[in-house]
Design a protein around this ligand. Structure first.
Ligand code: ZN
Length: 152
């Protein structure tokens, strides 16, 4: 380990970060970080409400909150976790092809998503129909037709 790596780890330790977070930022093993912590005489890392930040470096008390169970948690960590979970769970909604076909044929279903409506308008638009005719077929306003054209 080079001198500047050692200095970097020391600086992060003195900034109040956990062994885990320093390991993530520098790539040094957690046992190595723990050895430097002992050498510097710093106490082991435990997150308390009085800590300057959470173990991932988010400042307290700005990010200090409590869970539904009453446990103290870092709100920024929870936000990131929720964002990651939402990104993993996201499935883009696919437009219903049958609904678009029916709409183009002039028999739109009772419920049509904006994406399906726009797809139907674009199809009719390619046939060169006027906005008024398209609006009647899709059962939307002329304004919606103009907006769909502008969005294309
Ligand atoms: Zn955090």
């Amino acid at each position: 380990m080079s001198a500047e790596q050692r200095a970097h780890i020391e600086a992060l330790l003195r900034a109040g970060l956990s062994n885990l977070e320093i390991h993530r930022r520098t790539g040094a093993a957690r046992t190595t970080v723990a050895r430097h912590r002992r050498r510097l005489g710093l106490p082991g890392y435990h997150t308390t409400p009085d800590s300057p930040n959470c173990r991932h470096g988010h400042p307290f008390p700005l990010n200090l909150g409590s869970s539904e169970n009453g446990h103290l948690i870092c709100l920024e960590c929870r936000r990131r976790r929720q964002r990651e979970q939402a990104a993993r769970a996201y499935v883009p909604a696919q437009p219903d092809v049958a609904a678009i076909e029916r709409t183009v044929a002039g028999d739109p279903p009772a419920r049509l998503t904006p994406r399906e409506r726009h797809a139907a308008i674009h199809r009719l638009d390619r046939w060169g129909l006027s906005a008024a005719v398209i609006a009647e077929r899709v059962r939307c306003s002329k304004r919606t037709v103009h907006r769909a054209r502008a969005a294309a």
